[in-house]
Design a protein around this ligand. Structure first.
Ligand code: AMP
Ligand code: ZN
Ligand code: FE
Ligand code: FE
Length: 301
């Protein structure tokens, strides 16, 4: 779907602190220049880009940043990604868990490079680490090293042939269950939102969640507050279907571009897709309520 309209809300963005290729400052400047008013920075397994992003936003008083995260979880044969909005970065338990996940990503990255070598694709592990620049190492870094070495034209091609779930160089890493991710975010005081619940054409190796309605409904019982509806390259039909589900289940309809500045052709840019401003109002109201509940729970009788 080619969308040219400008939206003011984009709740799914990545920086160099995970597998995006723009620094938080460059991303924030880009979002401001595109007229965005509310954005969430949602790096994989890291909140470390947030301080730079918040600092950069001081130059753009019209732009508000929601601190966020994206966690990957395992389901049989596939995965579900969970976003957490208004994440408390000062939580030591959260940071210890994230640090473990990043170690898992590091080890998995090295094993993928070894597996690639076994099938004649020679890329350097040092180069992959350099591309990740100290952030969470992801498959897009491996894919980028493959582009540079001339094995594939675009990162997406590396996923299709090697790095996707059914690819010859795919390696698992320890992940949470969806319920575990929701619990971890609730414990932190963050608002859990299911990311890209169904098939994405751009991210070809990713299917949809089977039994989506039941899964969402069960996770809502654990504390899920929303789901992505207005996402990336979703078609109008996908959006209508997901909006219907969100309304039925009383989940807040969220979304965003999932921008990585990846170099893939057709990647949706920040501000080309996103939820309405009412989503921000609903999320903010929920977050106030959550903070109030935590405060009351922590108060002595
Ligand atoms: P990882 O976190 O290492 O499992 O890598 C997952 C990330 O790879 C996603 O967040 C996307 O940014 C990217 N990705 C997944 N599937 C594809 C695909 N088919 N083409 C391009 N990028 C993809
Ligand atoms: Zn990513
Ligand atoms: Fe994701
Ligand atoms: Fe993402």
């Amino acid at each position: 779907m080619t969308v040219s309209a400008n939206f003011e809300v984009d709740l799914h963005l990545h920086t160099t602190f995970s597998d995006g290729t723009l620094t938080p400052t460059r991303l924030v400047d880009l979002c401001a220049s595109r007229g965005l008013k509310n954005i969430a920075i949602s790096d994989h397994d890291s909140t470390e880009g947030l301080s730079e992003a918040l600092k950069a936003a001081e130059a753009h008083p019209e732009l508000t940043i929601i601190p966020a995260i994206e966690l990957s979880t395992d389901i049989p044969g596939s995965e579900i990604h969970m976003l957490g909005y208004f994440i408390d970065r000062e939580d030591p338990e959260l940071q210890a868990t994230l640090s473990r996940f990043r170690d898992g990503r590091f080890n998995r990255g090295r094993l993928m490079v070894e597996k690639l070598s076994e099938v004649g694709v020679e890329i350097s592990w040092e180069r992959v680490q350099k591309l990740s620049d100290g952030g969470s190492i992801g498959r897009p870094h491996v894919a980028q090293a493959m582009v540079e070495a001339g094995y594939v034209k675009f990162p997406k091609e590396a996923f299709d042939r090697y790095l996707g779930r059914d690819g010859i160089a795919y390696v698992e890493r320890p992940k949470l269950t969806p319920e575990g991710a929701v619990a971890m975010l609730v414990q932190n005081g963050a608002l859990p939102v299911m990311a890209h619940p169904t098939y994405s054409e751009v991210k070809s190796s990713r299917g949809g969640v089977v039994d989506l309605r039941d899964t969402l409904s069960a996770l809502k019982g654990e504390g899920l507050v929303g789901m992505e509806v207005f996402y990336g390259d979703y078609t109008e039909d996908q959006v209508i279907y997901l909006k219907g589900l969100a309304d039925d289940l009383d989940l807040i309809p969220c979304g965003g571009s999932d921008y990585h500045a990846s170099g893939n052709p057709g990647e949706p840019e920040p501000g080309t897709v996103g939820p309405p401003i009412s989503t921000i109002e609903r999320l903010t109201a929920f977050e106030r309520l959550t903070a109030l509940k935590q405060e009351t729970a922590g108060r002595p009788d």
